[in-house]
Design a protein around this ligand. Structure first.
Ligand SMILES: [Zn+2]
Ligand SMILES: [Zn+2]
Length: 190
């Protein structure tokens, strides 16, 4: 029985001799296809992962606010948001707008203090409505956090820097060192 090298056609009397020949003479050719295949599979997995992330909408812009990798520090301001429901302070979750190991929205929280971080690549007008959209919570003059105010006999009093605000809560601009209070009652906190 003859063992024929598939690369150069040389014949060998034993399989061991052919293997040695292949390894010595055609080593790069012997391994190249495997390396190419491994790389192709790795690339495919990365592409599939990115595709799935996009398909799930993870990191897709929300209400014009983009999610970017790395913190955007060109425009960096903070607004404190406090929400009171029937006199009790509601905890605003940490890491709103942060997708671990993926990206960070221009509006996000790092802790549960209610401090909204505005971190964008340039100065721009960003609003409380956009923050609620990223949070995944409804906000309007009539409803907040999934509660329809009128049908629950509730009223929302809004304060911006301590002053009563009667406009659309979604339009409140997130300004540096400003404070926004949503006081939903009765009873009211303030
Ligand atoms: Zn910050
Ligand atoms: Zn940040």
């Amino acid at each position: 029985m003859k063992f024929r090298c598939k690369y150069c056609g040389r014949e060998f009397t034993s399989e061991t001799a052919l293997k040695r020949h292949t390894k010595d003479i055609h080593k790069s050719r012997h391994y190249a296809p495997r390396i190419v295949l491994t790389l192709a599979v790795a690339l495919l997995l990365v592409a599939a992962g990115a595709f799935l992330l996009t398909r799930q909408g993870l990191g897709a812009p929300i209400s014009g606010v983009e999610c970017q990798s790395g913190e955007q520090v060109a425009y960096h301001v903070h607004t404190l948001l406090e929400i009171y429901m029937r006199g009790e302070k509601i905890k605003i979750p940490a890491n709103i707008g942060i997708i671990p190991r993926h990206c960070m929205y221009w509006l996000h929280t790092h802790d549960e203090t209610g401090l909204i971080h505005v971190e964008a690549p340039r100065q721009m007008r960003l609003t409380l409505g956009q923050f609620f959209d990223i949070w995944g919570q409804r906000l309007s003059s009539h409803s907040v956090l999934g509660i329809d105010l009128a049908s629950s006999n509730l009223e929302m009093r809004i304060y911006v820097n301590g002053e009563r605000y009667s406009g659309d809560p979604r339009e409140i601009e997130l300004m540096d060192n400003s404070s926004i209070v949503l006081d939903i009652g009765p009873p009211f906190a303030k």
